[in-house]
Design a protein around this ligand. Structure first.
Ligand code: OAD
Length: 250
């Protein structure tokens, strides 16, 4: 009988290898957070797409901050799903690094429940953080209402969410460490991302060029499917628990 994709993925993960996990919004869908693209994605409204560009902060700050505040408010109501929990448990079976494009806190929440915090790098920042657009002063605060257009206590500049917008650079440290993990990885798991936004989308290819086996977990074909060796065509909330179970078997 031929091996299933889950069995083949478990085989390459079972020897406690170095693994880079590239995460996108599909991992949080089953927690009630919509993706960006696709039929149910936030970007189906073209006006929403403009709210993730830095230029909108000058042209329509109020609308942009109201939208981000709605997303920040939602963080109080969402919990990690079986995909987050299983991924965190999987990271205890080898030398794992997680590079996430997600700006929620669900992997950290799952880690806290597991009592184990893997290396998680937020390539696109965090909605939990607030940053001064002028002086860069950054702090974690979910109580502040960005819709009220608060200003920085240090310099009086406008406060904004601690996320990366189109037109901005990614956090240097997170990108550097993720690139290094890609170069050193034996395996790269790509879960819940369309693979369309660079530089995050380049990490799996860097890993592959340095010899890694690539595993994609996604119910749909993506821009990265062609370079992946093992395709698990299922939802993260189903595939990751099944993969964890299979890795633990034996
Ligand atoms: P996309 O919306 O581009 O892609 C979401 C992916 O998740 C798609 O490939 C879906 O097939 C997949 N998906 C949907 N449900 C899933 C499930 N239950 N399990 C697994 N996969 C599922 O989202 P991202 O690739 O994360 O950046 O988007 C990348 C970046 O684009 C975001 O970080 C954001 C956005 O612009 C910024 O805002 C800077």
């Amino acid at each position: 009988m031929s091996q299933s994709a889950i069995e083949r993925a478990a085989d390459v993960l079972r020897d406690h290898p170095r693994v880079l996990v590239c995460v996108g919004s599909g991992l949080s869908v089953e927690s009630g957070v919509p993706t960006f693209r696709g039929a149910d994605g936030m970007f189906r409204d073209p006006e929403i797409a403009t709210l993730t560009h830095v230029s909108t902060f000058d042209s329509d700050r109020e609308r942009m901050m109201r939208w981000y505040q709605e997303r920040r408010d939602k963080l109080h109501t969402i919990d990690p799903n079986p995909g987050h929990h299983s991924l965190v448990q999987l990271t205890q079976t080898g030398e794992y690094t997680i590079a996430t494009q997600n700006v929620d806190h669900l992997l950290e929440a799952a880690s806290d429940e597991a009592g184990f915090r893997p290396s998680i790098y937020h390539l696109h920042g965090s909605l939990l953080e607030v940053r001064c657009h002028d002086c860069g002063h950054t702090f974690e605060d979910l109580t502040l209402d960005l819709g009220e257009l608060p200003t920085c206590e240090r310099c009086g500049g406008p406060l904004r969410p601690g996320v990366v917008w189109f037109g901005e650079s990614l956090p240097v440290d997170a990108l550097h460490r993720s690139n290094r993990a890609a170069r050193n990885a034996d395996v790269c798991i790509v879960v819940g991302t369309s693979g369309l936004v660079h530089p995050a989308a380049a990490l799996p290819d860097i890993a592959r060029r340095h010899g890694a086996t690539l595993i994609e977990i996604n119910p749909n074909e993506t821009a990265l499917s062609d370079i992946c060796h093992i395709l698990i065509r299922d939802k993260a909330g189903t595939a990751l628990p099944a993969l964890l179970k299979e890795v633990r078997r034996s």
